[in-house]
Each structure stands twice: as C-alpha cells, then as structure tokens.
Design a protein around this ligand. Structure first.
Ligand code: SF4
Length: 437
C-alpha cells in the first residue's frame, strides 16, 4: 500500500480541495499518512497570494525530500498554475499539475513512478472550466464546503482569475446533498467557501442560480446547527441576504466583507465594483438588523497611488465604521496584473508602516467588539483547541472564548455568558454546565 502525505498552503478553498483529493487517494487504496511519516508520495497544494510562494514551495520540497529521499513530489494549486516551469526547476519536484489537471492527478501520474524529466501538466487557465466539488474533513467540528470557484472580476492587483479561472459553481441540489451527507457526521459548522461566493450560480458559463436561494435551501438542512458565509463582496451582499441571515437560526451573524480601500480614488484604480458609500450602507444595514453581528474586513495597504492623504481616508473610514476586525494585506507586485504597470509606487517602508497602523486598529476594533459582547449570552461551539488547561471555541458572532478544559465539551454547543476579556485577548465564559441534549 503506497503512503501519501499532503501539505496545504493558503486559503480555505485549498484546504477543502486537498481534503477531497486525499479522499480520492484513499478510495484508490492509498494510505494517507502524516507529512513526517515517511510517505512514498507528497502532494503539496500551493498558494499564489502567499508572500514568497516560491521560497515556501522550495522549503517544503526540501523538507519532504529530507524525510523521504525516494518519495515522489507533486505540486498543485494556484502557484503551480501560475508558474509551472519555475516550479519544475526546483530540485526534487517530480510533477507539477495545473488547475485543470489537479483533480485527475492519480490517473495522470499513473503509479507515481520517477522519470528523468519533471512532468509538467498545466493547461491554459481557460481550460479549467469544470467545477469540482470539495469539502474539508480535517476536523470533526467544522467543514469548509466549496460552493463556487474562480472569478470574473479582474481586480487590478489580483492573480486569482489567472490561477483559478472563470467563475463557476456547484448546483444548489448538489451542495444540499453534500450538506446532508456532512450532517450525518459529527461536524457542527459548515463554512461556505469560494473565491467570489456572492457570484454563486454560474454553471457552464451561464447564470442559473443565486446565492440567496442556496442560503435558503441550506437553512432547511437538518443536523447542521451552523452555517457561516465566509467572505462576500459588498456589491453582492444584498438586502435580501442580510435580512434572511438576520432571521435564520442556522446562518450565523458574521460577515467577512472585502473593502480593500476606503478611498474612492483607489477603489476605482483597483477596478473594484463599488465605492465606499456602498460599503458603509451594507455595514449600516447589517448593524440595523443584527447589532451584534461580527463584520470582518479585508484591506490592502500600499496600492500604487495611495498617498498619505488617501491612506488616511482609509484609516478614518475604518476607524468610524462599526466593524469587528481587519485582515490587512500589504500590497505586493504580481506578474501579469494591471497594477504592476501603475505609477506612483508606494515605498515598501511606507507600506509596512501603514500595515502596522491598521493592524493596531484591528486589535482596537476587536477589543471593542468583544467588550460590547460582555454580559451577553451566546452559544459557543467548543473545539479541540486546548492551551494551558483552557479550551476554546467561537460564538455564533465569532467571539473567541475560553473555558476550563473539559473533554466532554469538545464539539458541543453550549450556551454561555461572556464574562471578561482575559490577558490573551480571549473572552472567558461562565463555566458551562455540561448537559447533553
Ligand atoms: S473579486 Fe477581485 S480580488 Fe476577489 S478574486 Fe475576483 S479579481 Fe480577485
């Protein structure tokens, strides 16, 4: 029995895909083992957003070869689609597969036998036009369920459309069937995952369904107490979706909404499909219906043309918005994007300073959000996340909480009262009573 190990870099989508590919191996009789358990085959799923994707990839290949010198090393993922030849040059790599090939790797790399030359199977990205359903099964509490892939937007800084292709989705019927199968497992939370989830509904190049109907259909699936919409573009987050989530018992009050910049000048240069006024309006609508809803924001600092004044516009905009945390990205040049040819490049030192400022703002926002939740009663899903005798979990509205470790609580949803923010910035809870429903 051949032994296969996996390594995943990047986002939830990559995790869901690695998980599905690993199950394909198991179905074919391979034994899935840990990275350090002397595998015969390594599958490394890469990311192109990650800084220094090339260095990271090289480092993992080197580690893999050190663990198993005679192993067969395969590279898949966004970086593999964008730079297949570059990866093929890395010592120790046996095969590189692109977006259209990665789900067929067992059949394409028949037997995983070493060859003189590195095998490069990476078609042009427009050939990656099929939707491959995936979901993660790496922990028993939460699943990342891929409902959509690719993006048609073409923002000036982004390589994702080049790495993942056009927007395409699973059908509602298929997603619901997968969710029903997940409901039979121990999983208590499903996180909807995709590149541009709001664009859900395109099948074979045609818009056939819409996200609102998917959300409504999933809301009827028994056996899954929680669904989370991971990230949604502000221009696609409709009033109807917000209203439905506010009434739903299963869709939790948490939205992650990319902003990228609080300056309309920069938003236009980025080619984003909204202005700050729309973003403000979306946040206001959410807060009006769900005052304790968690709102996460993606923001990029140091995009070409972002002067001190324009950065300050972003800073002030975010400072005034009732949001809960930020994910800050420092702009970095990417080949084959429109932004790479833009003038008024921001010096790296400035980019880093701005990033630091926004990270501090994020901490401030998170603390304020946590404070607003103190004294409130929420349901917490406890996870196998244990540190110094404490266990952790998240409320529906994404407050991370700590409680005294009790093995009986793992993977249980308990009603707790949030008491205080501890030294580590996590909210302590009144010890939950263990009652089994
Ligand atoms: S919406 Fe823009 S940033 Fe997001 S994946 Fe599409 S092109 Fe990239």
């Amino acid at each position: 029995m051949k032994r296969v190990a996996f390594y995943t870099l990047g986002c939830k989508l990559n995790y869901s895909e690695t998980s599905t590919i690993s199950r394909m191996f198991e179905q074919k009789g391979y034994l899935k083992v840990g990275f350090e358990e002397n595998p015969d085959i390594f599958i490394i799923n890469t990311c192109s957003v990650t800084e220094n994707a090339d260095k990271k990839c090289k480092k993992i290949v080197k580690e893999a070869k050190k663990i198993s010198p005679h192993s067969y090393v395969t590279i898949i993922g966004c970086y593999a689609q964008l730079k297949p030849q570059e990866i093929a040059e890395i010592k120790g790599v046996d095969a590189v597969l692109g977006a259209a090939e990665k789900f067929r790797l067992i059949e394409l790399l028949d037997g995983f036998a070493h060859a003189q030359e590195t095998k490069v199977l990476a078609s042009e990205i427009h050939e990656a036009d099929t939707f491959h359903a995936s979901h993660s099964m790496h922990d028993r509490t939460r699943t990342f369920l891929k409902v959509q892939d690719g993006c048609n937007y073409g923002c000036a800084f982004c390589t994702i459309p080049l790495a993942r292709g056009k927007s395409r989705s699973d059908s509602i019927a298929q997603v619901v069937a997968t969710a029903q199968a997940i409901a039979d497992s121990t999983v208590k939370e499903v996180v909807l995952t995709g590149v541009n989830i709001g664009d859900f509904g395109i099948q074979e190049g045609k818009r056939k369904e819409r996200l609102l109907d998917l959300v409504k259909a999933l809301d009827e699936v028994d056996g899954i107490p929680r669904f989370r919409i991971s990230s949604i573009e502000p221009n696609l987050l409709t009033n109807q979706i917000i209203e439905f989530v506010s009434r739903s018992n299963r869709f939790v009050p948490h939205f992650h909404i990319p902003l990228q910049s609080g300056s309309n000048t920069i938003l236009r240069k980025m080619g984003r499909r909204y202005l700050r006024e729309l973003y403000e309006d979306r946040v206001a609508k959410i807060k009006q219906l769900m005052p304790h809803c968690c709102i996460g924001v993606d923001v990029i600092v140091g995009f070409p043309g972002e002067s001190d004044e324009l950065f300050l516009e972003t800073y002030q905009f975010l400072n005034e918005l009732p949001i809960s945390y930020l994910h800050v990205f420092t702009y970095s040049e990417r080949a084959n994007t429109r932004a790479i040819d833009m003038e008024d490049v921001v010096p790296m030192k400035k980019r880093n300073e701005r990033s630091k400022m926004l990270r501090i703002l994020s901490e401030k926002k998170k603390r304020k959000f946590y404070e607003e939740n103190l004294g409130k009663t929420w349901k917490v899903l406890f996870e196998e996340d244990i540190e110094d005798g404490m266990m952790h979990g998240f409320t529906e509205n994404y407050v991370r909480v700590a409680a005294k470790y009790d093995p009986l609580l793992i993977n249980e949803i308990k009603t707790v009262t949030l008491t205080e923010i501890n030294k580590r910035g996590v909210v302590d809870v009144v010890e939950p009573e263990v009652v089994f429903e």
